[in-house]
Design a protein around this ligand. Structure first.
Ligand code: ADP
Length: 320
């Protein structure tokens, strides 16, 4: 392969830049030209593409977001859009593409691979909701951001004997809620994957814990449940505690990536180039059982990751 493209697609996540850097440098080192494609598949359709050199990716390893910008493209899902993208690849001599994004982006990568442009996907999303991989680029930074924010909330919750209900990101996935919840010692963690009962899992639990002398509480809720306001009201009413809700929102998507995210993104980017330089495409790079591996895209999309219910149970046992 003489020329590859690289794009970031779907939601951004901290560490995407570290992956872009690794892909660019590893490819150039192997004598492969690298084309930066702006705004995901939209840029591939419109030809918003520039050649990168080793210095194009200087000073980005520590930056959140993505220097390539990201977007969602409905047009790319149509055969016409796809054909335009293939035409652009031909114009720029792009023979393979590294796609950093989530499951949706991998579906696009699979469609492109099937039409003669081998693609390799890298899991980049803060939600950690990619079935084939134990970890996704940006997840570690997001957890640490939540921890930093909740530590601040805890100071004021403690000073005022308050209950703080914190909504964290995760529409269909409770990984951020679970891991950040454990790390901040939340008294309750509500996620989409585990059925819950507000009466027993939150209210009675708070009652029981307060009997041991605890006077302030942190409750973590995944956004997908859409219960933050209601839950805050119920807790305030039942416990008579001063109860406040905080929606952390997009702060969780930004910020300088942690060391872990930078290293993992670099390793995954490097692995993608190893595949493409051998002409291997239609793969998704993953972290499985502590190893960097890769899967066929269709297989990757069909894989399901079990939610770590044992961690969830542990959290409830030790946060009393
Ligand atoms: P993520 O990659 O984070 O899951 P999306 O689901 O929004 O984010 O997908 C990102 C982009 O990938 C979409 O805007 C679209 O261009 C492309 N895409 C998503 N699903 C498909 C599909 N079924 N076929 C082709 N392209 C798709």
């Amino acid at each position: 392969m003489k020329t590859i493209g690289i794009l970031t697609s779907g939601g951004d996540s901290p560490g995407m830049n570290a992956a872009v850097r690794a892909v660019t440098r590893a490819a150039i080192n192997r004598g492969i030209r690298v084309m930066g494609i702006r705004r995901g598949y939209s840029g591939l359709i419109s030809g918003d593409i520039f050649e990168m050199d080793v210095r194009s990716v200087s000073d980005i390893i520590h930056r959140g977001g993505t220097v390539l910008y990201t977007a969602r493209s409905e047009e790319f899902k149509t055969e016409e859009g796809m054909q335009k993208a293939i035409q652009t690849c031909k114009e720029f001599g792009i023979e393979g593409v590294v796609v950093i994004g989530g499951d949706g982006s991998f579906r696009g990568a699979s469609d492109l691979s099937a039409r003669g442009i081998p693609c390799v996907g890298l899991p980049g999303t803060i939600d950690n909701d990619v079935g084939c991989s134990d970890y996704t680029i940006g997840f570690d930074t997001a957890i640490n951001t939540v921890i930093a924010m909740v530590d601040r909330l805890r100071d004021t919750a403690q000073s005022h004997d308050r209950c703080s209900v914190v909504e964290v990101m995760g529409r269909r996935a409770g990984y951020i809620a679970l891991e950040a919840g454990i790390a901040v010692g939340a008294s309750a963690i509500l996620v989409p994957e585990v059925p819950y009962d507000i009466e027993n899992d939150v209210l009675k639990r708070m009652e029981k814990i307060s009997k041991t002398g605890k006077k302030h509480f942190i409750i973590i809720v995944a956004e997908g449940l859409e219960i933050t306001d209601k839950l805050t009201e119920i807790i305030a009413e039942r416990t008579q505690m001063n109860t406040r809700s905080t929606v952390l929102g997009h702060v969780q998507r930004g910020g300088s990536p942690t060391g872990y995210d930078r290293v993992m993104a670099s390793r995954m980017g490097y692995h993608a180039v190893e595949l493409l330089s051998q002409g291997i495409g239609n793969r998704v790079v993953a972290f499985k059982d502590s190893k960097i591996v890769d899967f066929d895209v269709q297989q990757a999309l069909s894989m399901h990751k079990e939610f770590p219910v044992e961690l969830y149970k542990m959290a409830y046992e030790i946060s009393i």
